[in-house]
Design a protein around this ligand. Structure first.
Ligand SMILES: [Zn+2]
Length: 77
């Protein structure tokens, strides 16, 4: 269980590999050899299917940026 931050959904999601019928056919065609390649599949957001996933830390960094912007605007006044 490893959560990632989805940039499109703007929330933490559990990434999943998209293994469909195409993958199963490739496994059959390669006599199971393709199973070795499945771990190399890029994990996708289960909600919007994007691969634009980053660490959860990024959402915390965004908050830090907001705080810096608030400080800058208060200096202007
Ligand atoms: Zn998403």
């Amino acid at each position: 269980m490893s959560l990632k931050y989805c940039a499109l959904c703007k929330r933490n999601v559990e990434p999943k590999r998209a293994i469909g019928i195409g993958t199963l056919l490739l496994v059959l065609c390669t006599f199971g050899f393709w199973l070795l390649l499945i771990p190399l599949y890029r994990k996708k957001c289960p909600i919007c299917k994007t691969t634009l996933l980053s660490g959860i830390e990024n959402s915390i960094e965004d908050k830090k940026v907001d705080e810096i912007q608030i400080v800058e605007t208060s200096i202007d006044k």
